[in-house]
Design a protein around this ligand. Sequence first.
Ligand SMILES: Cc1cc2nc3c(=O)[nH]c(=O)nc-3n(C[C@H](O)[C@H](O)[C@H](O)COP(=O)(O)O)c2cc1C
Length: 264
Amino acid sequence: MTTIIYYFTGTGNTLAAARMLAEELGDTKLIPLRRAMYYGGSAPEADAVGIAFPVHFLDMPAIVRQFVFNILFNEESYIFGLATCGEPHGGALFRLQELLDEKGYKLSAGFTLVMPENFIGPVNLMNDVSRREEKFAAASARIPAIASAIRERRVAVPEGSNSGLWQLGGRLSRHLATVVYDTPSHLHATAACNQCRTCERICPTRNITVKKDGVTFGDDCTQCYACIHWCPNGAIEIGGRTKGKARYHHPDVTVRDMLDQRGE
Ligand SMILES: Cc1cc2nc3c(=O)[nH]c(=O)nc-3n(C[C@H](O)[C@H](O)[C@H](O)COP(=O)(O)O)c2cc1C
């Protein structure tokens, strides 16, 4: 059985989850969806295709939506979703199901995995530090059951809740963070920046430019928060709201992995 898992990650949780699942399934190829987007067209032949992403605003990140919208899957493939989240995940996988439906494909199953939170601003939700080990343990304990469901080609309603309240909550929280507070325009580098260019090199949308006279953020931010969390000097902030707050990335994921995601 061949499986392909397309993944997108900001701070490594989704990549770590996809790796665990790939190892459990065997004969599985991990492809960064950011790189697959450059080539466009059709997904390579595979018996099963997974789409792994972090939940953003109870939905898919914009970049993942764009990927799913543009790629052609093999109609025979068993398609599944894997959404990592800090909790709550709401209807993120239902949004994936709707998008695939519109394109004439079927999401056969959707699994959620609770992982450490990485939403640091404009409201800091990263208060789950003491629960991180517990979350990692619970996530890896769930992987064999997810792999069995995929191996057996089980068809099920996606995990999560598609209630109107969650849909409204998702739209409202995205609107508050993106339009009302306008997170992307509050991104800036402080004097702690030493122009190492880590942010520029890992940004999945190539939205950051580092020059001697400063760091510029463009208008194509997908809000994955990679720049904030991976800066080795903690020099990237969202307005004044992230100042002094701890940063996070998955312990088994490296800057090298983030560069691979982008094809560097
Ligand atoms: C902009 C943004 C929005 C988020 N929204 C949600 C959410 O609605 N629900 C949730 O459970 N987690 C949310 N999270 C947390 C991430 O889904 C979670 O930490 C995820 O595992 C991060 O995966 P990654 O390391 O692969 O990027 C959000 C994170 C970010 C950066």
